[in-house]
Design a protein around this ligand. Structure first.
Ligand code: ZN
Ligand code: ZN
Length: 273
């Protein structure tokens, strides 16, 4: 048996089977991801290079500033954690409160950063990409990262000052949320179901297309975690929901041959808002 496995003929068969299987899997997934891409023709290597440089440089500066702020606040007793075991509902309240308060913080500061001179000075860097990808999440002016990321130490300090320090369990959920949500909204791919923005229960939670359109059309869809403030203030893009459905319709026939697919009406450059 071992001699058969190590024989040249068997290895050649294995190589052939492996190559054909990989081609099928790669073809499947490249078609799958291409069909789910929100802006299929939006990717530019030049922008990606720029984003990489900003992400690396900005990451060091932001890490240094926010890291030291957190360290100083903790060292001086302004940030304490409740490390005893707590009830699940307390963890839930602490997390949900963070989620909605951060969303409010982000929405209003984001709108402020779209006004001159703050747009040119702070936020313009993040809008270099009109078709976001995962790296766009980190392609942010360090000052903006501190403005957005500064909410977590403020929240933790406020909880400590009112003698209700955040539990370590809730903190473990809160700390990675910003980066996970950032990667999610900049992913450039839409996987959510077509009915998402029609259902009263789900339409409040942000989709990747929602923030993707903020990068494409600038003055709409300012929310970071939810669509609540945009819906309340009328800053949600009027054509967002119909575009979202078109994107969902397009991905439905991703397994068909390219010439059999529906034309992509969403990706076409459009001068209107
Ligand atoms: Zn913006
Ligand atoms: Zn963005």
């Amino acid at each position: 048996m071992i001699r058969m496995i190590t024989s040249g003929e068997w290895l050649m068969h294995l190589w052939l089977i492996g190559t054909v299987a990989s081609a099928i899997v790669l073809g499947f997934f490249s078609g799958f991801f291409r069909a789910h891409k929100i802006q299929p023709r939006g990717f530019k290597w030049k922008i990606l290079g720029f984003e990489l440089a900003v992400a690396v440089l900005g990451g060091f500066i932001t890490g240094f500033l926010l890291g030291n702020a957190n360290r100083l606040l903790t060292a001086h007793g302004f940030i304490l954690f409740h490390s005893e075991p707590v009830a699940w509902w307390r963890v839930a309240i602490e997390y949900v409160l963070y989620f909605f308060l951060f969303d409010t913080w982000f929405y209003w500061l984001h709108r402020w950063m779209h006004k001159e001179p703050f747009y040119s000075l702070i936020h313009k860097l993040h809008h270099k990409s009109t078709s976001p990808n995962l790296l766009t999440t980190l392609s942010v002016n360090p000052l903006e990262s501190c403005i957005n990321g500064g909410f977590v130490p403020i929240y933790l300090t406020a909880a400590t000052l009112i003698h209700l320090p955040i539990s370590t369990a809730a903190a473990a959920l809160i700390l990675p949320t910003n980066i996970i949500m950032g990667l999610y909204v900049h992913a450039g791919f839409e996987f959510f179901p077509r009915w998402w923005n029609k259902s009263w229960a789900t339409k409040w939670f942000i989709t990747t297309t929602f923030h993707d359109q903020h990068h494409k059309y600038f003055n709409w869809n300012f929310g970071g975690y939810t669509t609540i403030w945009d819906r309340l203030c009328g800053t949600n893009r009027a054509k967002f929901e119909s575009d979202f459905e078109k994107i969902c319709d397009r991905r439905g026939d991703w397994w068909r041959k390219p010439w059999q697919r529906k034309p992509n009406t969403v990706a076409a450059p459009s001068p209107e808002a």
